[in-house]
Design a protein around this ligand. Structure first.
Ligand code: TXA
Ligand code: MG
Length: 325
């Protein structure tokens, strides 16, 4: 998979014209628009079916540009940016004048990150400004980790899709609120809590009860069409077979402790070996259960440590109560 300079130039031109570009990042594909263009930002919300009160992440080419987008860069933010950018870390800071209020849902803060993907960085450099980009999926649905996922889900709503191959991290960035004296994790993601704590020399709360209306905190998010049932690892096989016997088409994600055991279910997949491979494969696996027409998916949660914290967070949300759709 090669992305040509001509594609980067075309994508940058589309952004300058107020259009929407789907761009690869190391986490998931984003649906990008000029962070200073309110009309383009309004199109992002429409294309996703996302309420405009839910703020977007502004992607920039390098940490040295951070000062353009925020009012001040506290020492904690400087430290985290130096250590983890480019990378799957998003910093929430007090917003500067440059970012359109349409991108921040009217909040006084802005979320910023430098993605670790050569195509995204080439686009950001060619464009020169900030690119506000949520994950390139319909609101509430599973995030895309390939260009084909984006095309299948958003189709004509996107003006240009930059194909950068499959995403290597596979879950979204970790969001850290760095506005106050005590940083906290608003969403676990590709940078682990342990790595953040090691750099900061202090423990970090995962603040899942904050006041900001963030989609990642809706009870149902990251959800496939199939209903997701969470059970303990020792019960995955029995629960799957029970549901299958009741006449449902069951997808089951078998934990390694039960690998190799025959399972009577419609679609059987194995939890990938390493946490990194699990994170990278998670959304593709959920999409595959849908593609095969499963009614329910039975899965157990990994331990809340390392990348397991982000994976478990997404699975809990995928299993959350949802509006009928
Ligand atoms: O890895 C990622 O973060 C991907 C790629 C494309 O960069 N983007 C992504 O965007 O996951 P999205 O919009 O799907 O999720 C962004 C999250 C949302 O939960 C949003 O509410 C939160 O970031 N957020 C944005 N601005 C915020 C702010 N000022 N304060 C608190 N949360 C904020
Ligand atoms: Mg999203």
């Amino acid at each position: 998979m090669t992305t040509r300079t001509a594609d980067i130039e075309k994508a940058a031109a589309v952004l300058r014209d107020g259009g929407l570009v789907a761009l690869p990042t190391e986490t998931v594909y984003g649906l990008g628009a000029d962070a200073e263009n309110p009309a383009a930002l309004a199109r992002v919300f429409r294309a996703k079916g996302r309420p405009p009160s839910h703020p977007l992440i502004v992607h920039i080419a390098g940490a040295e540009r951070l000062g353009d987008w925020v009012r001040e860069v506290p020492a904690t933010a400087r430290l985290l940016a130096a250590r983890f950018w480019p990378g799957p870390l998003t910093l929430v800071l007090r917003r500067g004048g440059r970012v359109s209020p349409a991108a921040t849902g009217g909040l006084e803060t802005v979320a910023v990150r430098v993605p670790d993907h050569p195509v995204a960085l080439a686009l950001l450099s060619a464009f020169g400004g900030g690119v506000a980009a949520p994950s390139a999926n319909r609101f509430g649905a599973v995030s895309p980790t390939t260009a084909d996922h984006v095309r299948a889900e958003l189709g004509d709503a996107v003006d240009f899709v930059l194909d950068g191959g499959p995403c290597l991290v596979g879950v979204e960035s970790t969001i850290v609120d760095a506005t106050g004296d005590v940083p906290s994790i608003l969403r676990p993601g590709g940078v682990t809590r342990e790595d953040l704590e090691a750099v900061l020399g202090r423990s970090l709360e995962v603040d899942s009860t904050g006041r900001t209306p963030v989609p990642g905190r809706h009870p149902s998010h990251y959800a496939p069409r199939a209903r997701v049932i969470l059970v303990g690892p020792e019960n995955v096989v029995a629960e799957a077979e029970l549901a299958q016997e009741s006449g449902q088409r069951v997808g089951v994600l078998v934990p390694s402790s039960r690998a190799g055991a025959p399972v009577k279910a419609h679609t059987v997949m194995a939890v990938p070996e390493s946490p990194a491979a699990y994170a990278r494969g998670l959304y593709g696996i959920l999409r595959e259960f849908d593609r095969r027409g499963c009614d329910v998916v039975v899965v157990s949660l990994p331990a809340d440590e390392g990348l397991g914290l982000a994976i478990a967070n997404r699975l809990r949300r995928a299993a959350g109560p949802r509006p009928s759709r």
